[in-house]
Design a protein around this ligand. Structure first.
Ligand code: HEC
Ligand code: HEC
Length: 253
């Protein structure tokens, strides 16, 4: 066998290995939804706290005025896994409770896959944040009607792309990398949008910059405070994605 043949075969094997090691879907070889559920419900020993303490027993997140955590239930598997990996490697920083980085780093790669698979499999009731209540609690609540236009059509005069282009109609999510935004917590949405904008405008304070090719930062850079409030007000109350994007369905139209 010539050296070149051997090399070629080795290269083929490496490429094949790479292909199979890509995070394809939640039912990826060896993933265990059961193991993920255990991590979510009980944590790991006394090192990793139960995720449900902060993300709610149903993965719906906390919508409290002072602390907002994201809904992770029924989110795209690949997106969830990417976030856990980004927290573990420090590409993204939890600047709300300052816990996610340590937590994600403490999980093995397989544990991160298991818990992402579990979260992806959860039903998402899509209640959305209670904007009237948040308003009564003194939160500045945007205008959902204007937000709907930003999400589905953009703002042409200021070259703001419609969120729909990447996140799907009404923020239903698209493909594996573009997260579902509909039904996400209002306060979490506004927090992340401001964070991407800070990174885009190179502010001194921490800003989120883990988006592929600065796709999200480029959009956030152009958003005004009012645009952010309006888009988030619409998205939190937007209807759920239809099957099959929402893997377990909702039973609610
Ligand atoms: C002490 C509270 C706390 C605990 C415990 C916790 N989280 Fe989080 N998590 C947060 C906060 C706060 C954020 C949002 C941080 C930010 O805004 O960047 C977050 C963000 C996330 C995200 C990103 C979601 C998105 O839409 O981008 C994922 C995924 C996640 N957590 C999964 C987990 C898992 C899995 C566990 C358990 C192993 C866990 N979390 C435990 C507070 C917590
Ligand atoms: C060119 C593509 C693109 C467009 C247009 C876009 N986004 Fe994004 N967005 C992304 C990507 C990619 C991510 C995920 C980044 C990552 O991997 O962490 C993201 C993430 C987000 C997140 C964080 C979600 C979470 O769970 O943490 C929010 C909120 C968001 N986008 C809102 C918007 C809004 C509102 C608009 C419209 C004004 C918009 N996006 C337009 C590409 C886009």
């Amino acid at each position: 066998m010539s050296m070149w043949r051997v090399k070629r075969e080795v290269i083929c094997l490496i490429l094949l290995g790479l292909f199979f090691s890509l995070p394809l879907d939640a039912a990826e070889n060896g993933n265990s939804i059961e193991a993920g559920k255990k991590i979510f419900t009980y944590g790991v020993n006394d090192r990793i706290p139960a995720c449900q303490k902060c993300h709610g027993s149903d993965g719906m997140g906390l919508g409290a005025v002072d602390i907002a955590t994201p809904r992770t239930a029924a989110q795209t598997y690949t997106y969830l896994l990417k976030q856990l990996t980004d927290f573990a490697t420090g590409r993204r920083t939890d600047d709300v409770m300052h816990q996610m980085n340590r937590i994600a780093k403490g999980l093995s790669a397989q544990q991160r896959r298991d818990v992402a698979a579990f979260l992806h499999s959860l039903k998402w009731p899509y209640e959305g944040s209670d904007l009237a209540r948040l308003g009564r609690d003194g939160v500045n609540v945007g205008n959902p009607g204007r937000g709907r236009i930003i999400v589905n059509f953009g703002v042409r005069a200021r070259s703001i792309a419609a969120c729909k282009v990447c996140h799907g109609y009404d923020g239903h999510g698209a493909g594996r990398l573009y997260p579902v935004l509909s039904g996400q917590n209002y306060l979490y949405l506004t927090h992340e949008l401001k964070s991407f904008r800070r990174a885009a405008l190179r502010k001194k304070e921490y800003g989120r910059a883990n988006d592929f090719m600065a796709q999200m930062r480029d959009v956030a850079a152009k958003l005004s405070d009012q645009d952010i409030l309006d888009a988030a007000a619409f998205l939190t109350g937007a209807k759920p994605p239809p099957m099959p994007e929402n893997p377990k369905g909702t039973g609610v139209e």
